[in-house]
Structure formats: C-alpha cells, structure tokens
Design a protein around this ligand. Structure first.
Ligand code: 5GP
Length: 229
C-alpha cells in the first residue's frame, strides 16, 4: 500500500445500491477497521470532536488496560469468565480473538442508538467487521490503511505499549488484515488524521441510514462465531 495522500477509494458498490442519500442524511452504523497501529483510535477521537452526534461504542475486552486507559471509557475491561458470560448470553453484536485476547461489541447499547437514529461508530478488527457485515448488512465498512508497510511497523513498534513479541504478533495479523482491504466499502489512507476525519464526516453526512441496518426489534440475529488470530 503506497498511496501518499489520504484518499477515499471509490466505494466497492455503487453508493445508491446500499447507501444512497437518506431522508435525514444520517448513516446509522460506521465500522472502522484496519491493522493494529494504523491510528484508528486517534481517528475516532478526532471524529468524535468533529461530529459530536456520533456515538462511539465501548468494547469489552479481556486484555489488561494500558497506562491511561480507563475502564468504561476506553474499554470495558472484563475477565475471561465475564466475557464467556457475555458470549453465552448473546450480549455481543460481534466478537473476536485478537493477538491472544478477546474483544467484543456490547450489542444492546448499539441497537438502542440505531433504533433512536443516532449514528454509531465501531472501531473493531477485521473478524468483527465481517460479522457486522453479516448481521447488519447496511453498515458502512471503512478500512483505514497505513501509508506503507514500513510506516505501520514504525508506528506499532514506536508506540512502546507492547513488548516486542506482542508487536510481532500484531504485525503478523496486520498482514492478513491488509489483504482483506478489498472487502471494505471505502479505504482511507491514514497520512493525516485531520484529512481522514474530513472524509469520514463527509461519508457520515452522505450515507443513507435506510431501514436495512436497523436491528431486529427483539435483537435476534444470526448466531455468529468468532474467528481467531
Ligand atoms: P487494542 O488492544 O490495540 O486496543 O486493540 C486490538 C484490536 O482489537 C484493534 O484492531 C481494535 O480495533 C480491535 N478491537 C477493539 N475493540 C474490538 C471489538 O469490540 N471487537 C473486535 N472484533 N475488535 C475490536
């Protein structure tokens, strides 16, 4: 991946097919995915400022908090048993094992926002994005790509939050994630957080919520198993 400019590649499907202009112009569900270290979290943080009506889902995870991460704000930090319980109760819209830890999107708060017409963003890995696509086909899947492989390695190693073996694991997963980029509706290359946010706001304002993404009223959906990395 060598593009030098932030760019919105043309959507994989004609926008009108799944995301034509809506009555109120509000897309309900944006899924941001892309390799670990690409800067999704920073993008979401800026996007929240740029588009305050957006609701950012807080994932549950079994990994330990990094310095500065706050339970209930950055993640819901749960133990393995609690995560098992959430899975058993079908309380997660999607979930996956990523680099040895489990991550999942609590289903009820997302469904509630969607029913209220509040736009929602999920920042999740590839496996989760695939599950959301199956479960809520009207979701807009955005792939955040690094400017280059070397840049991704630099960012992932440079942030210093993980030991070298974990960085290696994440890079191995990143190779697989990059290969899946064509599955997404839109690709944005993260050369500038500001520009990528502008693109996302433009997408948020132009995409049709349609009725298709609204979750079933009873919350029932296909039973989705996770993949694993
Ligand atoms: P990190 O440990 O760096 O915060 O996250 C590792 C990976 O897990 C990232 O790619 C992040 O997007 C992904 N992730 C975070 N929350 C979720 C979630 O709820 N579901 C899934 N499937 N992936 C998640």
């Amino acid at each position: 991946m060598t593009a030098a400019q932030p760019e919105a590649a043309p959507p994989r499907q004609a926008r009108g097919e799944r995301h034509g202009k809506g009555r109120d112009g509000r897309p309900p569900l944006l899924v941001l995915s892309g390799p670990s270290g690409v800067g999704k979290t920073t993008v979401v943080r800026e996007l929240r400022d740029a588009y305050p009506e957006l609701w950012v889902s807080v994932s549950a995870t079994t990994r330990f908090p990094r310095p500065g991460e706050v339970d209930g704000v950055h993640y819901l930090f749960v133990g393995e048993e609690e995560f098992d319980r959430l899975v058993g109760q079908d309380a997660l819209l999607e979930w996956a094992t990523f680099a040895g830890h489990r991550y999942g999107t609590p289903r009820a708060p997302v469904e509630e926002r969607l029913r209220q017409g509040v736009p929602v963003v999920l920042e999740i890995d590839l496996q989760g994005a695939r599950q959301v696509r199956q479960r809520l086909p009207g979701a807009l899947l955005v792939f955040v790509a690094p400017p280059s492989w070397d840049e991704l390695v630099r960012r992932l190693s440079g942030r210093g939050t993980e030991p070298p073996d974990v960085v290696e694991r994440r890079l191995a997963v990143a190779r697989e994630e990059l290969a899946a980029e064509p599955e997404f509706d839109v690709t944005l290359v993260n050369t500038s957080v500001g520009e990528i946010c502008e693109r996302l706001v433009a997408l948020l304002e132009s995409v049709d919520p349609g009725a298709s993404v609204a979750p079933p009223v009873d919350g029932a959906g296909p039973s989705l198993g996770p993949g694993s990395s």
